[in-house]
Design a protein around this ligand. Structure first.
Ligand SMILES: *Cc1c(COP(=O)(O)O)cnc(C)c1O
Length: 369
């Protein structure tokens, strides 16, 4: 699905030099490298504060902690997502209020959010799934009307720019109150271990987030909040600082691969290609097809015989997961998400896909039908 080795080979000298520099300095935690990467990412995103943390799940948890929500407060999130989005809500004893998604973009919709808002609603977590921003303009308006916080799960969408109707262009994760991302190796900006970050333009929230991520401490050994220990280490920061320079070219490579797939599959009676929303750049963390009247398992098995991996993201929506079943929801409540879980298929998507490989993959898929 990814080719991290091929990608590394092209930047090996720079990455190795960065790693060596950290080892020579022996500042493995909170070194200058972390601050340098933070500054460079702030510049890239045009956001006031980047707060690096241990991983994307921690980023989401810390974001919710920073808002000072109380047990029982409701947080709206899509049911078609990676589990971390809902997990952190439940973990903090807040109430996850799940909603259905759009059948073409796979993203949360303002209409579904509107129907789910109650007097207990405090926040919304839109997930920019597979690398495409949710309908943020309408969503932010709705959130403002109801005085709700917006935490963007931008773990799959770093670098995806969103154009508002007044012409403003804003980076994914920098539109709401707080944005969260992951630097897991296979993410669009991935390190060589775990990593994550929060983004915010709010000085007060930034200060609280920094403190919570560091044991709730502002002055050393004085703890103002109950916090956690979550940090990006200097080795990962050194790797990310190199890779950030290539992020735009990595996004271009993914978009070119997606264009190739689109051309091969457009109009096919059994395949729906991913929809690209005008005004929202798709950075293709995943290239995800919907199968129509086709046996997904047979296709996966067929591709396997050809040496082609294909994955289902995600086979079970959150409301149907064992740990998240509740009296609130029944099977059939979220028909779009349930239908997507049964019909989506993601093909190999990464920065190193060569034309021969794309040709082989598309020919194999078409040959199956
Ligand atoms: C990867 C991911 C996360 C979690 O990131 P980790 O760094 O693995 O903790 C959260 N939400 C979404 C949508 C993701 O894709």
């Amino acid at each position: 699905m990814v080719d991290l080795k091929g990608q590394y080979e092209k930047i090996k000298q720079e990455v190795n030099a960065g790693i060596q520099e950290v080892i020579d300095s022996t500042t493995f935690i909170k070194g200058g490298k972390v601050t340098e990467f933070q500054r460079h990412l702030e510049e890239y995103l045009q956001v006031k504060h980047v707060i690096p943390v241990g991983n994307g799940t921690d980023a989401l948890q810390i974001a919710l902690m920073a808002l000072g929500l109380q047990p029982g407060d409701e947080v709206i999130a899509p049911t078609f997502t990676f589990i971390a989005t809902a997990e952190v809500i439940a973990l903090l004893q807040l109430t996850p209020v799940l909603v259905d998604v759009d059948p073409h973009t796979f993203n949360i919709t303002p209409e579904a959010i509107r129907r789910a808002i109650t007097p207990n609603t405090k926040a919304i977590i839109p997930v920019h799934l597979f690398g495409q921003n949710a309908a943020m303009e309408e969503l932010l308006q709705l959130a403002a009307e109801h005085k709700l916080y917006v935490i963007e799960d931008a773990c799959q969408s770093i670098g995806a720019r969103y154009t508002f109707s007044d012409g403003r262009v804003v980076q994914s994760g920098c539109m709401g109150h707080i944005g969260c991302t992951s630097f897991f190796p296979s993410k669009n900006l991935g390190c060589y271990g775990d990593g994550g970050a929060l983004f915010t333009n709010d000085d007060v929230l930034a200060k609280r987030i920094r403190s919570i991520a560091n044991h709730g401490m502002e002055t050393r050994y004085y703890h103002d909040h109950i916090g956690v220990n979550s940090r990006l280490d200097s080795l990962q920061a050194a790797i990310l600082d190199v890779k950030l320079n290539y992020l735009d070219s990595y996004i271009d490579a993914r978009r070119r691969a997606a264009d190739y797939y689109d051309r091969a599959f457009a109009g096919h009676p059994s395949l729906e290609i991913p929809v690209r929303q005008p005004g929202s750049e798709h950075v293709f963390h995943q290239y995800t097809l919907q199968l129509k009247h086709a046996d997904r398992n047979q296709l996966i098995d067929y591709l396997k015989t050809k040496g082609i991996p294909a994955m289902v993201y995600y086979p079970v929506p959150v409301h149907q997961q064992k740990a998240y079943r509740s009296d609130r929801y029944r099977d059939g409540d979220f028909p779009v998400a349930e239908q997507l879980s049964a019909s989506v298929l993601s093909l190999p998507m990464h920065t190193e896909l060569r034309t021969e490989q794309l040709d082989y993959i598309t020919q194999s898929v078409l040959h199956f039908f």
